[in-house]
Design a protein around this ligand. Structure first.
Ligand SMILES: [Cu+2]
Length: 67
């Protein structure tokens, strides 16, 4: 599935990279597109391999806020 999360706390490309690397580490994640200006992260993933809750928690654990 494809979803767009609202994520606060990303200030630059480095933050985007942190989010990208964190989420891409999970199996079943096909693409991750963070945008620190829009405060969004577009994610395409296979729900059979990883849950949205797991992805959200991983992002929050990096210090970002899901809104
Ligand atoms: Cu940053």
């Amino acid at each position: 599935m494809k979803t767009v999360l609202n994520v606060k706390g990303m200030k630059c490309g480095g933050c985007e990279n942190t989010v990208r690397t964190t989420v891409q580490a999970y199996p079943g994640v096909q693409s991750v597109s963070p945008d620190h200006k829009a405060n969004t992260v577009e994610i395409e993933f296979d729900e059979g391999q990883v849950s949205l809750e797991t992805i959200k928690k991983a992002i929050a654990d990096q210090g970002f806020q899901l809104t």
